[in-house]
Design a protein around this ligand. Structure first.
Ligand SMILES: [Zn+2]
Length: 209
């Protein structure tokens, strides 16, 4: 499981709710759930139900593993969309890729790419769709990051294409203005290296009349 994304105050509220009578507990829990972010909600749901992918990572559920290292597992999907449908999951529980470090993101896509090559070579598929359902609002069935590698075959009946909207130049300009140049890169190092400036007072001077 991931680190607890709930605040100490929220954890206290949950503890308080757990002491209430069952019916009252249900009502208070529903109210509490409305105050949570999607990530916090997914965390709570998984705490109740257990995360299938975490169970796979911990070896509690058997899987048809194609590859495994200390960070990721590539496995066959038990409900394949097509022949050879595979996925790569991080061993740590993440709901969205934004929670992962740059290195972890790079690694999971590196392995997904290797899996795609395997499917091309072994199954002679015509192409692959590499898909990430990112976060609870994306249609994720399991709130744990997975990179799906779906081999495509002629007449396989799948269609991942979306209906494109005809927007005007104004809409694109607006989006561009709002988003350009704002991608955030981590600055952790800079913060850590920032030297502490200590102010040294000269006591002698202050005592002067
Ligand atoms: Zn998980």
């Amino acid at each position: 499981m991931s680190e607890n994304p709930l605040t100490p105050k929220q954890i206290k509220t949950l503890n308080d709710i757990s002491k209430l009578p069952a019916e009252e507990q249900r009502i208070k829990l529903q109210e509490f759930a409305k105050t949570l972010s999607p990530e916090q909600l997914a965390f709570l749901q998984e705490k109740q139900q257990g995360c299938i992918f975490c169970s796979v990572a911990e070896g509690k559920i058997e899987a048809k593993k194609l590859y495994e290292d200390d960070k990721v597992i590539a496995l066959l999907d038990i409900r394949p969309a097509t022949r050879g449908h595979a996925l790569v999951i991080p061993k740590k529980h993440y709901v969205v890729t934004g929670q992962m470090s740059d290195d972890e993101v790079a690694h999971i896509f590196k392995i997904a790419n290797k899996v795609a090559s395997l499917l091309f070579d072994e199954l002679k598929c015509a192409g692959t769709n590499i898909i990430v359902l990112n976060g609870p609002g994306s249609g994720q069935r399991i709130s744990h990051v997975a990179v799906y590698v779906i081999p495509r075959y002629e007449d396989d009946g799948l269609d991942f294409l979306w209906k494109a909207d005809e927007v005007g130049a104004e809409h694109l300009d607006e989006m561009y203005k709002q988003l350009k140049g704002k991608i955030k890169f981590e600055k952790k190092e800079k913060i850590e290296k920032k030297a502490k400036v200590e102010v040294v007072k000269d006591d002698e001077e202050e005592r002067l009349p």
